[in-house]
Design a protein around this ligand. Structure first.
Ligand SMILES: Cc1cc2nc3c(=O)[nH]c(=O)nc-3n(C[C@H](O)[C@H](O)[C@H](O)COP(=O)(O)OP(=O)(O)OC[C@H]3O[C@@H](n4cnc5c(N)ncnc54)[C@H](O)[C@@H]3O)c2cc1C
Length: 250
Protein backbone atom coordinates (compact mmCIF):
# COMPACT_ATOMS: atom_id res chain seq x y z
CA UNK A 1 0.00 0.00 0.00
CA UNK A 2 1.16 3.60 -0.54
CA UNK A 3 1.50 4.25 3.20
CA UNK A 4 3.94 1.29 3.48
CA UNK A 5 1.43 -0.93 5.25
CA UNK A 6 0.50 -4.37 3.93
CA UNK A 7 -3.01 -5.53 3.07
CA UNK A 8 -3.62 -9.19 3.91
CA UNK A 9 -6.42 -11.15 2.22
CA UNK A 10 -7.55 -14.32 4.03
CA UNK A 11 -9.38 -17.28 2.52
CA UNK A 12 -12.51 -16.49 4.54
CA UNK A 13 -12.71 -13.11 2.85
CA UNK A 14 -11.33 -11.13 5.80
CA UNK A 15 -8.95 -8.29 4.97
CA UNK A 16 -6.47 -6.89 7.51
CA UNK A 17 -4.05 -3.96 7.29
CA UNK A 18 -0.71 -4.63 8.99
CA UNK A 19 2.23 -2.41 10.02
CA UNK A 20 4.49 -5.45 10.17
CA UNK A 21 3.99 -8.90 8.60
CA UNK A 22 5.90 -11.85 10.05
CA UNK A 23 5.53 -14.96 7.91
CA UNK A 24 5.58 -17.87 10.37
CA UNK A 25 3.65 -20.08 7.99
CA UNK A 26 6.05 -22.98 7.53
CA UNK A 27 7.44 -24.88 4.56
CA UNK A 28 4.77 -23.85 2.07
CA UNK A 29 4.75 -20.23 3.20
CA UNK A 30 2.40 -17.87 1.37
CA UNK A 31 4.43 -14.88 2.60
CA UNK A 32 7.86 -16.06 1.28
CA UNK A 33 7.02 -15.49 -2.44
CA UNK A 34 6.50 -11.78 -1.69
CA UNK A 35 10.16 -11.57 -0.68
CA UNK A 36 11.92 -14.11 -2.89
CA UNK A 37 11.50 -15.85 -6.21
CA UNK A 38 13.48 -18.93 -5.12
CA UNK A 39 11.26 -21.79 -4.02
CA UNK A 40 11.64 -24.93 -1.93
CA UNK A 41 12.84 -28.08 -3.71
CA UNK A 42 12.45 -31.80 -3.01
CA UNK A 43 15.47 -33.01 -1.01
CA UNK A 44 15.47 -36.50 -2.53
CA UNK A 45 14.15 -38.05 0.68
CA UNK A 46 10.65 -39.25 1.50
CA UNK A 47 9.79 -40.10 5.10
CA UNK A 48 6.97 -42.25 6.46
CA UNK A 49 6.11 -41.14 9.98
CA UNK A 50 4.64 -43.58 12.51
CA UNK A 51 4.27 -43.79 16.29
CA UNK A 52 4.89 -46.59 18.78
CA UNK A 53 2.77 -45.33 21.65
CA UNK A 54 3.76 -45.90 25.31
CA UNK A 55 6.58 -48.18 24.20
CA UNK A 56 7.82 -49.12 27.70
CA UNK A 57 4.42 -50.58 28.65
CA UNK A 58 3.03 -51.78 25.31
CA UNK A 59 6.24 -53.09 23.74
CA UNK A 60 8.89 -53.64 26.44
CA UNK A 61 11.08 -55.69 24.06
CA UNK A 62 11.38 -52.74 21.68
CA UNK A 63 11.76 -50.25 24.56
CA UNK A 64 14.63 -52.26 26.00
CA UNK A 65 16.28 -52.60 22.56
CA UNK A 66 15.82 -48.89 21.88
CA UNK A 67 16.91 -47.58 25.29
CA UNK A 68 16.96 -43.75 25.36
CA UNK A 69 17.46 -41.14 22.65
CA UNK A 70 17.46 -41.89 18.94
CA UNK A 71 18.33 -45.02 16.96
CA UNK A 72 19.53 -44.73 13.37
CA UNK A 73 19.47 -47.96 11.33
CA UNK A 74 20.79 -47.23 7.85
CA UNK A 75 21.43 -49.05 4.62
CA UNK A 76 22.11 -47.73 1.12
CA UNK A 77 19.39 -45.16 0.48
CA UNK A 78 17.02 -46.25 3.23
CA UNK A 79 16.73 -46.23 6.97
CA UNK A 80 14.61 -46.65 10.07
CA UNK A 81 14.96 -43.90 12.64
CA UNK A 82 13.38 -44.22 16.10
CA UNK A 83 13.21 -41.17 18.36
CA UNK A 84 12.03 -41.55 21.96
CA UNK A 85 9.82 -38.57 22.83
CA UNK A 86 9.13 -37.15 26.30
CA UNK A 87 5.65 -38.74 26.45
CA UNK A 88 7.02 -42.28 26.03
CA UNK A 89 6.12 -42.55 22.34
CA UNK A 90 8.81 -43.68 19.95
CA UNK A 91 8.45 -41.57 16.79
CA UNK A 92 9.39 -43.80 13.90
CA UNK A 93 10.59 -42.40 10.60
CA UNK A 94 11.15 -44.69 7.65
CA UNK A 95 13.43 -42.70 5.34
CA UNK A 96 13.70 -43.56 1.65
CA UNK A 97 15.92 -41.96 -0.96
CA UNK A 98 13.44 -42.02 -3.82
CA UNK A 99 12.18 -39.82 -6.64
CA UNK A 100 9.65 -37.15 -5.80
CA UNK A 101 6.81 -39.08 -7.44
CA UNK A 102 7.49 -42.32 -5.50
CA UNK A 103 4.54 -41.76 -3.15
CA UNK A 104 2.21 -41.52 -6.16
CA UNK A 105 3.44 -44.65 -7.88
CA UNK A 106 4.59 -46.95 -5.01
CA UNK A 107 1.13 -48.50 -4.71
CA UNK A 108 1.26 -48.56 -0.90
CA UNK A 109 -2.28 -47.94 0.41
CA UNK A 110 -1.47 -45.42 3.18
CA UNK A 111 -5.20 -45.08 3.91
CA UNK A 112 -5.24 -48.80 4.82
CA UNK A 113 -2.51 -48.80 7.47
CA UNK A 114 -2.41 -52.57 8.15
CA UNK A 115 -1.78 -53.34 4.47
CA UNK A 116 0.52 -50.34 4.20
CA UNK A 117 2.66 -51.57 7.10
CA UNK A 118 3.00 -54.98 5.44
CA UNK A 119 4.18 -53.30 2.25
CA UNK A 120 6.63 -51.11 4.17
CA UNK A 121 7.97 -54.17 6.02
CA UNK A 122 8.56 -55.78 2.61
CA UNK A 123 10.95 -52.90 1.80
CA UNK A 124 13.04 -54.08 4.75
CA UNK A 125 12.58 -57.81 4.10
CA UNK A 126 16.12 -58.91 4.99
CA UNK A 127 16.52 -56.56 7.98
CA UNK A 128 16.86 -57.67 11.59
CA UNK A 129 13.49 -58.47 13.20
CA UNK A 130 14.14 -56.11 16.12
CA UNK A 131 14.49 -53.21 13.69
CA UNK A 132 11.36 -54.25 11.81
CA UNK A 133 9.49 -54.09 15.14
CA UNK A 134 9.61 -50.27 14.90
CA UNK A 135 7.25 -50.62 11.93
CA UNK A 136 5.34 -53.69 13.16
CA UNK A 137 4.45 -52.12 16.53
CA UNK A 138 3.50 -48.71 15.16
CA UNK A 139 -0.07 -47.48 15.55
CA UNK A 140 -2.39 -47.45 12.59
CA UNK A 141 -1.61 -43.98 11.31
CA UNK A 142 1.12 -43.43 8.77
CA UNK A 143 2.00 -39.94 7.58
CA UNK A 144 3.95 -39.95 4.32
CA UNK A 145 5.99 -36.79 3.73
CA UNK A 146 8.24 -35.59 0.98
CA UNK A 147 11.09 -33.68 2.59
CA UNK A 148 11.68 -30.27 1.05
CA UNK A 149 14.41 -27.70 1.61
CA UNK A 150 15.46 -24.18 0.72
CA UNK A 151 18.97 -23.68 -0.72
CA UNK A 152 21.71 -23.47 1.93
CA UNK A 153 22.42 -19.76 2.52
CA UNK A 154 18.94 -18.74 1.29
CA UNK A 155 18.34 -15.00 1.70
CA UNK A 156 15.85 -12.51 0.35
CA UNK A 157 15.86 -8.85 -0.60
CA UNK A 158 15.14 -6.95 2.61
CA UNK A 159 11.64 -5.51 2.90
CA UNK A 160 11.05 -2.74 5.50
CA UNK A 161 7.82 -4.27 6.87
CA UNK A 162 7.76 -7.96 5.99
CA UNK A 163 9.98 -10.75 7.30
CA UNK A 164 9.95 -14.51 7.89
CA UNK A 165 10.70 -16.82 10.80
CA UNK A 166 10.99 -20.60 11.21
CA UNK A 167 10.60 -22.98 8.29
CA UNK A 168 9.24 -20.15 6.16
CA UNK A 169 12.68 -18.52 6.44
CA UNK A 170 15.03 -21.51 6.35
CA UNK A 171 13.31 -24.81 5.56
CA UNK A 172 15.81 -27.65 5.84
CA UNK A 173 15.65 -31.42 6.19
CA UNK A 174 15.31 -32.57 9.82
CA UNK A 175 18.90 -33.87 9.96
CA UNK A 176 20.39 -31.01 11.94
CA UNK A 177 17.66 -31.61 14.58
CA UNK A 178 17.31 -27.83 14.84
CA UNK A 179 14.02 -26.89 13.14
CA UNK A 180 12.02 -26.12 16.27
CA UNK A 181 14.99 -24.56 18.09
CA UNK A 182 15.62 -22.24 15.14
CA UNK A 183 11.97 -21.23 14.90
CA UNK A 184 11.98 -20.26 18.59
CA UNK A 185 15.40 -18.60 18.31
CA UNK A 186 14.12 -16.50 15.38
CA UNK A 187 11.06 -15.42 17.39
CA UNK A 188 13.33 -14.48 20.32
CA UNK A 189 15.75 -12.42 18.21
CA UNK A 190 12.99 -10.69 16.27
CA UNK A 191 11.09 -9.84 19.45
CA UNK A 192 14.24 -8.39 21.05
CA UNK A 193 15.02 -6.34 17.94
CA UNK A 194 11.45 -4.95 17.88
CA UNK A 195 11.60 -4.07 21.60
CA UNK A 196 14.90 -2.23 21.07
CA UNK A 197 13.64 -0.39 17.97
CA UNK A 198 10.01 0.29 18.72
CA UNK A 199 9.81 3.30 16.42
CA UNK A 200 11.83 1.76 13.61
CA UNK A 201 10.43 -1.57 12.40
CA UNK A 202 12.70 -1.58 9.36
CA UNK A 203 15.80 -1.37 11.59
CA UNK A 204 14.45 -4.17 13.79
CA UNK A 205 14.01 -6.39 10.72
CA UNK A 206 17.54 -5.58 9.54
CA UNK A 207 19.08 -6.49 12.92
CA UNK A 208 17.07 -9.72 13.17
CA UNK A 209 17.75 -10.87 9.60
CA UNK A 210 21.52 -10.26 9.81
CA UNK A 211 21.73 -12.55 12.85
CA UNK A 212 19.24 -15.12 11.55
CA UNK A 213 20.82 -15.53 8.10
CA UNK A 214 24.17 -16.34 9.76
CA UNK A 215 23.02 -18.99 12.23
CA UNK A 216 20.38 -20.55 9.96
CA UNK A 217 22.86 -21.05 7.08
CA UNK A 218 25.15 -22.95 9.43
CA UNK A 219 22.32 -25.27 10.49
CA UNK A 220 21.14 -25.67 6.87
CA UNK A 221 24.64 -26.71 5.77
CA UNK A 222 24.85 -29.21 8.65
CA UNK A 223 21.43 -30.61 7.84
CA UNK A 224 22.30 -31.06 4.14
CA UNK A 225 25.62 -32.77 5.00
CA UNK A 226 23.90 -35.10 7.49
CA UNK A 227 21.16 -35.98 5.00
CA UNK A 228 23.81 -36.89 2.43
CA UNK A 229 25.71 -38.88 5.04
CA UNK A 230 22.69 -40.81 6.34
CA UNK A 231 21.28 -41.75 2.93
CA UNK A 232 24.48 -41.94 0.86
CA UNK A 233 26.91 -44.80 0.28
CA UNK A 234 28.22 -46.72 3.34
CA UNK A 235 25.88 -44.66 5.54
CA UNK A 236 25.96 -46.86 8.65
CA UNK A 237 29.76 -47.07 8.67
CA UNK A 238 30.17 -43.34 8.07
CA UNK A 239 27.65 -42.38 10.77
CA UNK A 240 29.38 -44.75 13.21
CA UNK A 241 32.69 -43.00 12.49
CA UNK A 242 31.07 -39.62 13.20
CA UNK A 243 29.64 -40.93 16.51
CA UNK A 244 33.00 -42.42 17.48
CA UNK A 245 34.72 -39.11 16.78
CA UNK A 246 32.35 -37.45 19.28
CA UNK A 247 32.93 -40.25 21.79
CA UNK A 248 36.67 -39.68 21.56
CA UNK A 249 36.18 -35.98 22.35
CA UNK A 250 34.28 -36.67 25.60
C1 LIG B 1 9.65 -35.65 9.46
C2 LIG B 1 10.12 -34.44 10.24
C3 LIG B 1 10.76 -34.61 11.46
C4 LIG B 1 11.21 -33.51 12.19
N1 LIG B 1 11.86 -33.71 13.38
C5 LIG B 1 12.32 -32.65 14.07
C6 LIG B 1 12.99 -32.82 15.31
O1 LIG B 1 13.18 -33.94 15.78
N2 LIG B 1 13.43 -31.71 15.96
C7 LIG B 1 13.25 -30.46 15.45
O2 LIG B 1 13.68 -29.48 16.07
N3 LIG B 1 12.60 -30.27 14.29
C8 LIG B 1 12.13 -31.32 13.59
N4 LIG B 1 11.48 -31.12 12.41
C9 LIG B 1 11.33 -29.75 11.90
C10 LIG B 1 10.23 -28.98 12.60
O3 LIG B 1 9.02 -29.72 12.54
C11 LIG B 1 10.04 -27.63 11.93
O4 LIG B 1 11.30 -27.00 11.74
C12 LIG B 1 9.16 -26.71 12.77
O5 LIG B 1 7.87 -27.29 12.90
C13 LIG B 1 9.05 -25.34 12.13
O6 LIG B 1 8.14 -24.55 12.85
P1 LIG B 1 7.35 -23.38 12.13
O7 LIG B 1 6.48 -22.79 13.19
O8 LIG B 1 8.28 -22.50 11.39
O9 LIG B 1 6.45 -24.08 11.01
P2 LIG B 1 5.24 -25.10 11.20
O10 LIG B 1 5.42 -25.97 12.38
O11 LIG B 1 5.05 -25.75 9.85
O12 LIG B 1 4.01 -24.14 11.52
C14 LIG B 1 3.46 -23.30 10.50
C15 LIG B 1 2.01 -23.07 10.84
O13 LIG B 1 1.46 -22.13 9.90
C16 LIG B 1 0.18 -22.58 9.53
N5 LIG B 1 -0.10 -22.02 8.18
C17 LIG B 1 0.54 -22.28 7.02
N6 LIG B 1 -0.01 -21.57 6.01
C18 LIG B 1 -1.01 -20.84 6.56
C19 LIG B 1 -1.94 -19.90 6.01
N7 LIG B 1 -1.93 -19.58 4.69
N8 LIG B 1 -2.83 -19.34 6.86
C20 LIG B 1 -2.82 -19.66 8.17
N9 LIG B 1 -1.96 -20.54 8.74
C21 LIG B 1 -1.06 -21.11 7.94
C22 LIG B 1 0.31 -24.10 9.49
O14 LIG B 1 -0.96 -24.70 9.56
C23 LIG B 1 1.15 -24.34 10.73
O15 LIG B 1 0.36 -24.46 11.89
C24 LIG B 1 11.00 -32.20 11.68
C25 LIG B 1 10.34 -32.03 10.46
C26 LIG B 1 9.91 -33.14 9.74
C27 LIG B 1 9.19 -32.93 8.42
Amino acid sequence: MENGKTELHFENGQIEIADLVIGADGAFSRVRPILASEDISYSGLTMLEMNVVNAAVNHPDLASFHKRGTVFALDEGKGIIGQLNGNGTIKVYVGLKVNRDWLDRCGIPFNKPKKAKEAILDLFGDWDEQLKNYIRYAEDTIIPRRIYMLPVGFKWQRHPRITLIGDAAHLMSPFAGEGVNLAMFDAYHLALAIMDNQNNVSKAIEIYEEKMFAYSSEAAAESKANLELCFGDHAAERLMNVMNSYKNKI
